[in-house]
Design a protein around this ligand. Sequence first.
Ligand code: DX5
Ligand code: ZN
Length: 213
Amino acid sequence: MKQIAPSILSADFTKLGEEIAAVEKAGADLIHVDIMDGHFVPNLTMGPPLVKSIRKITKLPLDCHLMIDNPEKFIEPFAKAGADWISVHVEACNLAELLPAIKKLGCKAGAVINPPTPLKKILPFCERADFVLIMTVNPGFGGQAMVEGTLEKIAALKKYLTDQKLNIPIEVDGGVKLENIADFADAGADIFVAGSGVFHTGDYKKTIAQMKK
Ligand code: DX5
Ligand code: ZN
């Protein structure tokens, strides 16, 4: 089943609780939470205290995307704060260790790959992952355009997973909009992160319903 994961990075932080309630009501399947450290990526965002707060106001799974160096130091604080899914970058850690450690904390473990990193770097870890996240922009900011070549990368991963009989979803993140979501789906994506593509539209319900169509 295809799922929509609005990224709260593009929400109005002055009314974050209302924004999350609104996308939940509008049919979102997950809440995507972008964690940035100002080091692995050139931006700073949120941490475990925010996850702890929003955990109380939504029933949706919290999909915490860790764009940080040394993620091994933070998987436990995020799991304790209420993260349901935790994804970590192949560029930032040893996935062979981190993916099982995330599962041990009771969370779904995601393996993430950036646009410049060749797909082959992540393939050996897919069998240990609950999902794979293909970045379709260079991480750090919302509202960027999809990087060329990422649709082909999704399709190549889809083929690999099918050939290996690995039944795990592919999540895509960055530049996903109503206008291009079908291209990502055709390439093989299952879970669609959309920040500005949801929160910068007027009618979340209409946007999410049309995205699902
Ligand atoms: C980018 C983040 C994304 C971001 C996507 O570094 O990982 O999740 O919020 O934003 P949009 O959908 O606006 O490209
Ligand atoms: Zn993200």
